[in-house]
Design a protein around this ligand. Structure first.
Ligand SMILES: [Zn+2]
Ligand SMILES: [Zn+2]
Length: 315
């Protein structure tokens, strides 16, 4: 039944899969995030359910589902009662994308125009409503950008950005996945994601970005100005530096969970090239979500999303 997978470019560089690049390629995609959102929020499992909810062209939807199966995020299984048909279920690795989606939601809620109409996250046990905090699983303390350091290995970062990029992402700008439009400016391709990740690591000068990414000055200029236009980075008039705006810094949680997921998805690779260290305990950050109200650690089944009354995005 399945059409051939045409979505993903090669995820290997020099024969070695770079986990971070593969993760940006897989999850830095509007339709893919939309598919996962429906799988979590509406328990979508069947092709038709995603068709109805996303309005995506069938070939594009098939390609994304196949890519998620290939990546081990979804698994095909016979439909109950209709063994000749199959459905797609989230694997353990798929379920582990939940925190990424929550952080994307939290960022959209705080930093985009449609944030006010997005569903509200509620901690069932204590009733607290609103975005969670980040915590370090190693020491149990709450983590902010101020007590972490992003470390990068220059060689590995070069591999992140030197691979073949996905040739076509399609323009799946249906009303449903349009809400991921703004975050895609930061994570929608591995170049933008790498520039944003370097900025989170404290890189500010044009030459530092260029040296770390081995990018042509023209391409780098284009990416930086795009990130400035998107309000993720800014270049003060008289400064030779690019800095993350508060809006850009707000992406920290998204990156923390993307990097953690990249390691989870590629246990065979010991060095991902980009990692976050919690300075409070000195360990590489294994992030988790924590309720701002009662400070309990939040798992997928501890919370629910409550739709805003006038919203039709949760049909
Ligand atoms: Zn810690
Ligand atoms: Zn709570």
């Amino acid at each position: 039944m399945a059409a051939p997978d045409t979505s993903a470019g090669s995820l290997t560089v020099s024969g070695v899969t770079n986990p971070v690049a593969a993760t940006f390629d897989l999850l830095g995609d509007r339709l893919t995030l939309t598919i996962l959102r429906h799988a979590f929020v509406h328990r979508a499992r069947r092709f038709n359910q995603w068709m109805e909810r996303t309005g995506a062209p069938p070939a594009m939807l098939t390609a994304r589902l196949n890519a998620l199966v290939d990546a081990g995020v979804l698994v095909r299984a016979p439909q109950p009662g209709a063994a000749e048909r199959h459905e797609y279920r989230l694997t353990a690795l798929g379920l582990a994308t939940w925190e990424i989606l929550v952080c994307v939601w939290a960022w959209q809620r705080e930093w985009t125009a449609e944030g006010a109409v997005l569903p509200e996250l509620v901690h069932v046990e204590c009733g607290h409503r609103g975005p969670p905090m980040l915590m370090c699983r190693g020491c149990g303390r709450t983590v902010t950008t101020h007590d972490t350091a992003v470390e990068l290995s220059e060689d590995a970062l070069w591999h992140i950005t030197s691979g073949r990029r996905r040739s076509s992402r399609g323009s799946a700008a249906t009303s449903d996945d349009a809400q991921f439009e703004e975050i895609m400016q930061a994570i929608g391709d591995r170049w933008s994601a790498s520039v944003t990740g370097l900025a989170l690591a404290g890189v500010r000068r044009f030459g530092e970005f260029r040296d770390a990414l081995r990018m042509s000055p023209t391409t780098l200029t284009e990416r930086l100005s795009r990130l400035c236009d998107a309000g993720i980075m800014a270049r003060p008039e008289d400064a030779a530096e690019y800095r993350l705006t508060p809006r850009g810094r707000g992406l920290f949680g998204v990156f923390a969970f993307l990097l953690a997921w990249a390691e989870l998805a590629h246990p065979e690779v010991s060095e991902t090239g980009l990692r976050i260290r919690h300075l409070g305990c000195g360990e590489v950050l294994a992030p988790a979500l924590r309720c701002r109200g009662c400070e309990a650690r939040l798992g997928r089944t501890d919370v629910r999303f409550e739709p805003m009354p006038s919203l039709d995005s949760l049909r």
